[in-house]
Ligand binder design. Structure first.
Ligand code: S3P
Length: 436
């Protein structure tokens, strides 16, 4: 089992560019696959999750070329050109891949079976299967979890669906199935979630109407191959945002980050804590806004996180909990029960790790209460969760003793090169390979 050994350091200095956005990379491959003509992607995230999508797309009969680092050319086969995969489709650790493919494959004339790694095989899939069945899909889960078995040839009809849980993955799966349905498909969400699907479908020439919290798709005659430039992943930038807030020696910059407002709840949360953050050099990357994020060290104070920000920062809570541990006073997060069904139970995994480091906290059914204070060292179990592992690496900037983080191989799912990048800006981080 691989681990990180992170020792207290002199603090963060310099600037970083983080790898491409995971959500956008998955979508570029999938939409490119069912478009007509070529789709050129640059800035593609070459992490394990998106490589699982790339393999799946290839297994469905789509030509995929990788002419250079971060570049992918997808030879789209058109809306009705996918071919049955030769075997089960393995999504690895990638929940986004599995859920979006459930929508896409429900509409195909052939059968498919979707599986994943140990973590993904435990994650809930009925939230996607249920609305798809309402559309007419024939789709089975194993007591709510993968494997997901899809029987092809179903005729789908458009629905209007109110999501019981705010989830961009479920929304996107329904919209993808909606591309093939009779009539229009509308998804209403209880709180705004990331809108990359809506934006990118428009780039591929599909008519999507998106208002706050409601998206409608009409089945297009075809999608047109497109050029997609993938911005830096805000969720990867989050580790360096928090690191700079708690441990920068000087102003610190994260360059070229996607700052789609449906993703940047962490910026508001950190600003409420007193952080000094500035977005500069605004530009766009296709349909997505991009900026550099400048962080100046400033004292943080504990906050009660406004619930509306929870879905807008859903992947950033592990990093945010480290900021909370470094803040003066108490921080409370509620309404975040979704954290329990991510790559790990992130409430439990973060609470246990903080406890090891001597940070007092109370686990709530739907969140966490954290009392800021001194941070010690110790051995942390990441629960195989990439974001838990990277968050505790950043805690070393305030720790009084070394921290060992176990089971870090999954960092490669979203952030290849994390350890080297963290070292380049001042973290004292050693990677150790070990047996399980
Ligand atoms: C994602 C949506 C979120 C997020 C995940 C990526 C997406 O999941 O946690 O990492 O790309 O649509 P939920 O939609 O389940 O909240």
């Amino acid at each position: 089992m691989n681990s990180y050994l992170v020792a207290p350091s002199m603090g963060l200095a310099g600037q970083v560019t983080v790898p491409g956005d995971k959500s956008i990379s998955h979508r570029a491959l999938m939409f490119g696959a069912i478009a007509s003509g070529l789709t050129h992607v640059d800035g593609f995230l070459e992490g394990e999750d998106c490589l699982a999508t790339l393999r799946a797309v290839a297994n469905l009969g789509v030509g995929v070329r990788r002419p250079g680092p971060g570049e992918v050319v997808v030879e789209g086969v058109g809306l009705r050109g996918l071919a049955p995969a030769p075997g089960v489709l393995d999504m690895g650790n990638a929940g986004t891949a599995m859920r979006l493919f459930m929508g896409l494959l429900s509409a195909q004339p052939f059968d498919s079976v979707l599986v994943g790694d140990e973590s993904l095989m435990r994650r809930p899939m009925e939230r996607v299967a249920k609305p798809l069945r309402e559309m007419g899909a024939r789709i089975e889960t194993a007591a709510g979890r993968p494997p997901v078995r899809i029987t092809g040839g179903a005729r789908l009809r458009g629905i209007r669906y109110s999501l019981p849980v705010a989830s961009a993955q479920v929304k996107s799966a329904i919209l993808l199935a909606g591309l093939y349905a009779d009539g229009e498909t509308t998804v209403e969400e209880p709180a705004v979630t990331r809108d990359h699907t809506e934006r990118m479908l428009q780039t591929f020439g599909c008519e999507v109407t998106a208002r706050v919290g409601i998206a409608t798709v009409r089945p297009p005659a075809r999608l047109e191959g497109a050029r997609i430039s993938v911005p830096g992943d805000f969720s990867s930038a989050a580790f360096f945002i928090v690191a700079a807030c708690i441990g920068a020696r000087e102003p610190f910059t994260i360059r070229g980050v996607g700052v789609n407002p449906t993703r940047t709840g962490l910026l508001e949360m950190m600003a409420l804590m007193g952080a000094d953050l500035r977005l500069v050099n605004h530009r766009t990357c296709g349909a997505e806004p991009v900026a550099d994020i400048e962080v100046r060290p400033a004292p943080l104070r504990g906050i009660r996180v406004p619930q509306r920000l929870v879905p807008l920062a859903i992947d950033e809570f592990p990093a945010f909990f480290i900021a909370a541990a470094c803040a003066e006073g108490e921080t409370v997060v509620t309404g975040a029960e979704e954290l329990r069904v991510k790559e790990s139970d992130r409430i439990a995994a973060m609470a246990r790790g903080l406890e090891v480091l001597g940070v007092r906290n109370e686990v709530l059914p739907d969140g966490l209460r954290i009392e800021g204070g001194p941070i010690g060292g110790g051995v942390i179990e990441s629960a195989g969760d990439h974001r838990v592992a990277m968050s505790f690496a950043m805690a070393s900037l305030r720790a009084s003793a070394p921290i060992e983080i176990r089971d870090v191989a999954n960092v490669a799912t979203s952030f290849p090169g994390f350890a080297a990048l963290a070292r380049s800006v001042g973290l004292t981080l050693e990677e150790r390979a070990g047996s399980a």
